[in-house]
Design a binder for this molecule. Structure first.
Ligand SMILES: [Zn+2]
Length: 312
């Protein structure tokens, strides 16, 4: 998982971890095209080599014999060996690719599709693209979403907080436990990153721990008048509200338009691409759209491929 405290850190992360050839395209927010992807990853071997380089590329000394060494690919196996003692490295172990029977090239292509789509990729779509079973496609999507879960860190400056409800609005389905609406609580740093989590309700007991977890105590919080936010000032935060009940959406620079924009984009994408999502998996989808928001304007394919080479 990547650690990101703010945009500066994110850029540092990109500088530190991505190979130079991607750096320019990534920082500039240039597109990573299908042609580039095909040239870079023509077959399973190229994909495995990429995972190996991302994971063990810096390894100069053998962990077993301690000699300065080169690792060579063992033919017909997804493993590399030390040139002196034959100690083996398995680049796919503990990654999202572990124990898969799907060709690595298909996995890489699925990651590419996730990176270029704005609204997500459904299992049905992946099934069509790759000619795999629905079950395989569904599992691949779930694994790729794991890459998009970021480590939490503090938001600062002006932070907008709000909550929304996800799930079926069809009144005939509301009786079923699986289609009941699930609250999602979110915070966004104005001009920065977003954090969002599903919760059991939108009461203060659910919201306050997330404020501590995500928001720097020196931040100024902007919310609506929902009573769960009333104790923010007592917690030491500067707290400003807009009164949505009085149709007040903006008071000077006080508003919650950024977080509401994020909710809107996430809801349109989930209902358009995924139709409905069960509460059990909702957090994975929320993570996906948080990642998309936080990496907006960045060519994310190299970022995701880099993350895919790390143990999960
Ligand atoms: Zn060795």
């Amino acid at each position: 998982m990547i650690k990101m405290t703010n945009n500066k850190y994110k850029i540092n992360f990109l500088f530190n971890s991505l190979t130079n050839k991607y750096l320019f395209a990534t920082i500039k927010g240039m597109r990573y095209t299908k042609r580039q992807f095909e040239a870079e990853y023509p077959d399973d071997d190229a994909c495995l080599e990429s995972v190996f380089q991302n994971r063990f590329g810096d390894l100069k000394f053998c962990p077993k014999c301690a000699a300065e060494t080169n690792f060579y690919r063992i033919k017909k196996r997804q493993a590399y060996a030390c040139q002196w003692c034959a100690y083996q490295l398995h680049p796919l172990a503990d990654t999202i690719f572990r124990k898969t029977t799907t060709p690595l090239k298909d996995w890489f292509y699925a990651i590419y599709l996730f990176s270029v789509s704005k609204n997500g990729v459904s299992a049905k779509e992946l099934e069509r693209h790759l000619g795999v079973t629905y079950k395989t496609a569904w599992r691949m999507c779930k694994q790729i979403r794991l890459l998009m879960a970021q480590e939490e860190s503090n938001l600062s400056g002006i932070v907008e907080m709000d909550e929304t409800y996800m799930g079926s609005s069809d009144p005939t389905k509301l009786k079923s436990r699986n289609t009941r609406k699930t609250p999602v609580i979110g915070a966004v740093e104005r001009g920065g990153e977003v954090r969002a989590e599903t919760a059991k309700d939108a009461k203060a007991e659910s919201i306050i721990p997330l404020v501590w977890k995500y928001v720097d105590v020196n931040a100024t919080l902007h919310t609506d008048e929902w009573r769960a936010y009333r104790q923010l000032a007592r917690m030491g935060y500067e707290h400003k509200t807009v009164r949505h009940a009085d149709k007040q959406w903006k008071k000077g620079n006080v508003h919650t338009n950024s977080i509401e924009g994020f909710w809107g984009q996430m809801k349109r994408s989930i209902s358009g691409t995924y139709h409905s999502v069960s509460p059990k998996y909702l957090q994975h989808y929320v993570d996906e759209f948080v990642f998309r928001y936080n990496f907006r304007g960045v060519a994310v394919c190299p970022v995701l491929l880099e993350l895919a080479a790390k143990p999960v």
